[in-house]
Every structure is written in structure tokens, then in C-alpha cells.
Design a protein around this ligand. Structure first.
Ligand code: GLN
Length: 478
């Protein structure tokens, strides 16, 4: 039976009716992975035997009982590697579970394997993986997006029922858009970051990749909530995200920010997103023109704040405590620098150097402090906009998937996140859902943005659109 293409919801029904076992699902996925992952390279490691053992023991009465899930390789699972797709952590083994992993285990999920990514989550194409790039299931010559490109690709190619990723500037939503699946970045503080390897701590969030919006709600029910181990997680009540999914869009105020409908966005993407706006209008939503006037500064602010935080966070990888140590060092300082020189890829080095520069005395005020001030303005833009509307609608990415190797200068890669980055800076939530295809059969993503801790309304708005279309049922021919 083809189980790999089903959703969490559909599999849960079959499991409950005892038509299938969790082992059936895992076996079917393992066969699927063996057949297609050599082309996709969405996985860095698959826990075949262990996943079958977990399936045999899975408590099917739990909310995700028996459901196999892929985990981005920057989230700690006790006893497993956590490479962040970096040579520096190639042989590192996590001694503990991230909070989201403990929650998945408590909910009965089966951890299937570890998804490919850009090194330390820095990138938008998964070409920065030290272990080989991942491929887009819709066109193997194209990138799957990034940095959680592996997570998106394995869900889109039916190699996992769902996956977790992380999003610092778009790394869940952009690859979800480019691979044609659903990806949600929760509000900053909604999901504990404990055990996610920090890239930019004031921006990072863990979130789900799924085949449907309803599945995203199911996963959010499990992974959300305050965590005493993580001091930026917030003690905000967690609603049942599935309960309000059918709220519909009548009377929903949908904000269209004029700064997101700009020249430079691919006309096919623009057209698909415009059709989505029409759909909301036709179904009783109120379409409201809004402005996010500081949008033009988002990328610059992000590449100051994120690199500053990355340079501090990555200082711990010096060969002493974690992972690889260069054998060529002549003394301790030289060992640190050799370890980092040999262990980090070029994009990671670029970020560390940039971040160190913007934090250095003399430049701190000119760059870092100013960026923090503009970040406040960006945050205020969203607060003001959400006085006029309930959700904000934009394209997720200015283009569909591009060819591997096409964006060779860093700046053009950075611009791939132009529509997702401000959401992280403002700490609000955002989801990408499929909204069409280009003439060359590549998926297009629609981004809906919600106010702080308003994921329930965001999911309902996304669910309504999804149910009115069949995009989410389309499958790539791998
Ligand atoms: N592409 C952005 C970057 O390279 C965002 C990455 C992310 O969200 N982890 O930093």
C-alpha cells in the first residue's frame, strides 16, 4: 500500500482503525527513501533500524503515535549526530534531546532521520551543506531552497510524513514555497529553542513542514509552549490549533503590503499571488491596502543582527568542547584557528567575519546599534499594520526554485529572502502554502503573516485557501 503519500491525519485514521501499523508506514517510507533519496539527497542520515524499533513500540493513542518525522540536522537528539551540515560537527553526538524532540517522543512520533541543510542554517539553497547539496523534487537541477532544504524536499517527495526545520530569516517558509509544501515559522517564543543549535538567537524558531495546513496545526499542538529550560520561550497559553481551523475567511481582514508587490518579483509569482488575493476577496474577506514602510531596510538589518549573533554563537566551535579538532595546531591559539579554518565552509566564515566586524569597537554604534534601532521600526510597522488587518498576504519568495549554481554571488542569494526576513525581525508568525505552479511546473508559495502568537488565526486563513484549491495534492514525478 502507498502510505508515504498520506498525511498525518489520514495515517492516524488508518492506525486507529487498525488497518495498518506504524511499522507498515516506516517500511513503506524506507522503500521510498531508498528509491528516490539518491537523487534528492534530502537526508544526511536515515535511522532505518531504529525507526522500525520505535514504530514497534509507538503508543498509537498519543497525538502523533506512530507517525514518522524527519528532523533538520541542527536539532539535538540524544545519542545521535547533529552535524549542522558542517565538517566541524561531523563526529559530534548530542548528549541530550532538544525540547521539541522530547515533545515529539512524548507524543509518540517516530524519528526517521536527519535532513540536509545549509551549513549552520546559513543559506537559501542548501548548496552550503558540507555533505553535498539537496535537489528539488520538482526539478532535480534546481535547488530546494534553504536553509531547511532537506526538510522541505523530503516532505515534498513523500520521503517523510512531516519534518521539523528552523527559520531565522525564511529557512522554513522559503524552502516550503520552492518545494510545494506547507511551512510554518511560529512567533518568536512560541516554540522552545532549547537544543536547536543557535545561529542568530534573537531570530531562530523551530517549526513544522507538512503536506497540509491541518497537519501543521497538529504538529504545532505538540511542539509549542513555554519551556523553563529556554529563557526566550514565552508563557503564553497554547490553544488547540486544530479547533479553529474551519473558522473560514468571511470578514477576515487581509492586509496587502504595497512594499511587497514590487518590480523584481517574477511575473508568474505575482500572478499566482494576485489570484490568491482575488480568492480571499471572493470568499468574503476584506482586502486592505497596508504599508510596511521600513521593508527596504530589512535585509541590511538582518545581515548585521544575524551575523553579529552568529559570530558570538559560533565562537564555541573551536575544537575544544564540540566536534572536530584540527591535528595540525602548534599551540592552543593556532589549534583554534586551524580547527575553524578547516572545519567551517566559506559562507560560515563570511558570516563570522562580518559579524565580528559589526560588533568591533568603533563600528558597534554605526552598525549593530543602528540596526537594532531600525529593527524596532520594522517591528512597529507590523504592529501598526495589524491594527488594520488580521493577516498579511505576500509572496513567500520573489521567484520559484532556481538552478543550482545560478546565484554565485552572496548578495543575490541574500535577496532570495526579501519577503521572509522582516517577519523574523518583527518576531511575528508566518506560513507558506502552495498557491500555483510556473509554466515550467515549479511550485509557487503564498505567505500569510500573523500577529504575535496569532498562529490559530493564521492557520485558519491558510486552511481555508488550501481547502478551496488542489495545489497541495499535486505530486512531483521523482
Ligand atoms: N537565508 C537566510 C540566511 O542565509 C535565512 C536562513 C535561515 O532562516 N536560517 O541567513
Amino acid at each position: 500500500m502507498n502510505l508515504h503519500s498520506l498525511t498525518i491525519k489520514e495515517l492516524r485514521r488508518k492506525l486507529a482503525a487498525k488497518e495498518i501499523s506504524s511499522k507498515d508506514i516506516v517500511s513503506d517510507l524506507l522503500a521510498r527513501i531508498a528509491a528516490v533519496d539518491p537523487q534528492i539527497h534530502g537526508y544526511l542520515r536515515v535511522n532505518a533500524e531504529d525507526a522500525l524499533a520505535q514504530a514497534a513500540q509507538a503508543d498509537l493513542d498519543k497525538p502523533l503515535g506512530g507517525i514518522p518525522i524527519a528532523i533538520k540536522d541542527n536539532i539535538a537528539v540524544s545519542g545521535e549526530g547533529c552535524t549542522c551540515a558542517s565538517k566541524i560537527l561531523e563526529n559530534y553526538v548530542s548528549p541530550f534531546d532538544a525540547t521539541v524532540i522530547r515533545k515529539l517522543k512524548d507524543a509518540g512520533a517516530v524519528l526517521l532521520g536527519r535532513a540536509n541543510m545549509d551549513e549552520f542554517a546559513m543559506g537559501s539553497s542548501t548548496e552550503n551543506s558540507a555533505f553535498g547539496r539537496a535537489h528539488n523534487p520538482w526539478n532535480l537541477a534546481c535547488i530546494p531552497g534553504g536553509s531547511s532544504g532537506g526538510s522541505a524536499a523530503v516532505v515534498a517527495a513523500d520521503e517523510a510524513i512531516a519534518a521539523l526545520g528552523t527559520d531565522t530569516g525564511g529557512s522554513i517558509r522559503q524552502p516550503a514555497a520552492l518545494c510545494g509544501c506547507v511551512g510554518l515559522k511560529p512567533t518568536y517564543g512560541r516554540v522552545s529553542r532549547y537544543g536547536a543549535v543557535a545561529f542568530a538567537s534573537s531570530l531562530d524558531q523551530i517549526g513544522p513542514f507538512t503536506k497540509t495546513v491541518e497537519d501543521a496545526a497538529l504538529l504545532m499542538n505538540v511542539i509549542s509552549g513555554y519551556d523553563a529550560l529556554e529563557n526566550t520561550s514565552r508563557p503564553v497559553p497554547v490553544p488547540d490549533f486544530t479547533a479553529s481551523l474551519s473558522a473560514g475567511v468571511k470578514g477576515l481582514r487581509v492586509g496587502i503590503p504595497r512594499e511587497y508587490f514590487i518590480a523584481g518579483t517574477d511575473p508568474e509569482v505575482q500572478a499566482a499571488v494576485r489570484q490568491a488575493i482575488d480568492w480571499y476577496a471572493d470568499h468574503g474577506a476584506e482586502i486592505i491596502d497596508v504599508s510596511l514602510p521600513n521593508t527596504e531596510h530589512a535585509i541590511s538589518v538582518y545581515y548585521i543582527v544575524a551575523t553579529a549573533e552568529a559570530s558570538a554563537n559560533l565562537a564555541r566551535f573551536d575544537g575544544v568542547r564540540y566536534g572536530r579538532r584540527s591535528p595540525d595546531g602548534t599551540d592552543s591559539i593556532n589549534t583554534y584557528s586551524k580547527t575553524r579554518e578547516q572545519g567551517f565552509g566559506s559562507e560560515v566564515k563570511r558570516r563570522v567575519i562580518l559579524g565580528t566586524y559589526v560588533l568591533s569597537s568603533g563600528y558597534y554604534d554605526a552598525y549593530y546599534n543602528r540596526a537594532q534601532k531600525v529593527r524596532q521600526l520594522l517591528r512597529r510597522d507590523f504592529t501598526e499594520a495589524f491594527k488594520q488587518c488580521d493577516v498579511i498576504l505576500t509572496p513567500t519568495s520573489p521567484t520559484a526554485a532556481f538552478k543550482a549554481g545560478e546565484k554565485s554571488d552572496p548578495l543575490s542569494m541574500y535577496l532570495a529572502d526579501i519577503f521572509t526576513i522582516a517577519v523574523n525581525l518583527a518576531e511575528v508568525c508566518g506560513i507558506s502554502i502552495p498557491c500555483g505552479f510556473t509554466a515550467s511546473n515549479l511550485p509557487i508559495g503564498l505567505q500569510l503573516i500573523g500577529s504575535h502568537f496569532d498562529e490559530a488565526r493564521l492557520l485558519a486563513a491558510a486552511h481555508a485557501y488550501e481547502q478551496g484549491h488542489s495545489w497541495h495534492t499535486m505530486k512531483p514525478q521523482v
